[in-house]
Structures are given as C-alpha cells and as structure tokens.
Design a protein around this ligand. Structure first.
Ligand code: MN
Length: 288
C-alpha cells in the first residue's frame, strides 16, 4: 500500500516558473517571448514559444513578411484573429480562430504570415519544435486543421479540452509527429474545477496560463501559477491542475527531448555550425 509520500511523489511539480519578455519580431509585431529568450533559451525539443495578443492593430499589422525556415517545425495556434499564410512552394491559406497549423519546415521553405484583418483582436501562440538530425532535411509539409477538426472533450465537470496533439483516454489529437510525440492541449477550467492527467514518461512539459490562475501539484508541493506565467514541470507523471476561482485557460505542452546538439541562428536550427552556414548559402542560392 502506498504511503502519502509515495503518492505525492507521483505528482508533477512546478520546477520553475517564469514570465515572458516583451519583444518584437517580423516587421514589428509585438509579442511576448516565453521560450527562446534569455531566461529559458530552450526546453528540448521546444526552441521557442511566443504569445501574441493585442487589440491594437499597430501591434500586429506589419506581420511577418517573407522569411525562411530550416531544420524544425513551427506550430501556430490561433485564438482570435485571422492570419494569411503563403509559402514559396505554392501553399496558401488563412488561419482562423481555433485553427492549428503544424508546419514541418524540414530542408527549407520561405513563407510569410500576414494578418488578414485591419482591426480587432489578434491572439494566439507560435511554438517551435525541433526535428531530430535524421529529419532536418525532410520535405516540407503541413498538418493544418480547422477548429472543427480539433478534438474537443469534457473529461470532468467544468473542464473543457481542445486536443491538438497527444492522447487523453481513447481520444487523440489530429497532429502526428513520431519524432517528438508531442502533447498540445488547450485546457479551460471553470472556477474551482480540477483535472488530473497522466503525462507521457520522459517528456519535457510546460504549462502556460493565459487567463485566470491555477494550482499545479498535490498537497505541500502544490504551487500557484498565475496568468502570463509559464511553469516548467518536474517530478512525477501525474499532473493535477486546479482552478483558483477565476475561470482559467492554459496550454499544456510536452515533447520527448531529442538530446542532440543544437546550432541555431535566427530561422535556421541545425546540429552543427557548418550546417547553419550551409543553410545561409542554400537560401541565398534560392534552393529553399
Ligand atoms: Mn515563420
């Protein structure tokens, strides 16, 4: 029979907690960098997490004009607003609220991400997920899903999930990526609601609260995580989330670490400096 201590050790704890840094990227889009800045340069396999969220058109209207990527994946999850995406391989589309675009840049593409609106709210996340060495030069591809394709479920009273990647019970989100087996769940908790979830073993996992506030953990180890705070989890596999009375929304994201050397410069993420320099040459020679 398990003692209380054994039980508490099974639960995931908040290992560290941080707020993002305000920055701007693209042609002057204001955003908050949560992963990829000085405080948390990466969380293998995650290279970057930006939150964009504003009602002010001047903060987003310049968008992200043409730029390249090689060696990893970009994941855009829209909460509000519309963004037009277009690449040099002929792929084009509009991301609407609630949609997800999981783009495997692989050996390279050049694309633009521009607001498809002149005013109103633009809100969402962009996550960069690394690829293993063997897949960095793979053909570019997209996994793009409209809101109705995202799996929605209510696993407990007052708990609403949007399952983008990973499994909850018998249900599985639409994204497939065997290299890192990602979990990406948008969690809404009504005031006072709680939810427990078994994390995949060995994954690096974070929770980012974007509305309200929650408690993570069990008993004496429980810690409060407020809106605009990112919590990196450590310890056990059992995640316990409890809303602290304000109605909360958060993203729960995890992935299997690659444990490979990372050579990174701007939009190119490879394993060695030479490969990054080759990416510059290939881009300049129009090979993307
Ligand atoms: Mn991009």
């Amino acid at each position: 029979m398990a003692t209380n201590q054994d039980v508490s050790h099974r639960y995931a704890r908040v290992g560290r907690k941080l707020r993002g840094q305000p920055t701007s990227d693209g042609a002057g889009v204001r955003l908050t960098r949560l992963i990829g800045g000085a405080e948390l340069p990466d969380l293998d396999p995650f290279l970057l997490l930006d939150e964009f969220g504003t009602d002010r058109a001047e903060d987003y209207i310049a968008g992200f004009p043409e730029h390249p990527h090689r060696g990893f994946e970009t994941v855009t999850y829209m909460l509000d607003g519309r963004m037009r995406h277009k690449d040099n391989h002929g792929n084009e589309g509009v991301l609407v609220p609630g949609s997800v675009q999981w783009m495997t840049a692989g050996r390279g593409l050049v694309h633009s991400e521009m607001p498809e609106q002149q005013e109103g709210r633009m809100r969402g996340f962009q996550l960069w997920v690394n690829l293993p060495a063997r897949e960095k030069m793979t053909e570019p591809k997209y996994q793009e899903f409209a809101p109705e394709r995202i799996v929605q479920l209510q696993p407990a009273q007052g708990v609403q999930l949007k399952l983008i990647a990973g499994a909850v019970g018998d249900l599985r989100g639409p994204i497939a990526q065997p290299a890192t087996e990602p979990v990406y769940i948008d969690v809404a908790l009504q005031a006072g609601a709680d939810w427990e979830y078994d994390l995949p073993e060995g994954h690096n996992v974070f929770v980012y609260v974007y509305e309200g506030g929650v408690e993570i953990g069990q008993g004496e180890d429980a810690r409060q995580v407020d809106s605009q705070e990112l919590a990196v989890l450590s310890g056990g596999q059992r995640l316990k989330l409890r809303d602290l009375g304000r109605d909360s929304r958060l993203i729960l994201v995890g992935g299997r670490p690659l444990r490979e050397p990372v050579a990174r410069y701007g939009p190119f993420v490879m394993n060695t400096k030479q490969e990054v320099m080759q990416a510059f040459v290939d881009f300049q020679e129009g090979k993307f």
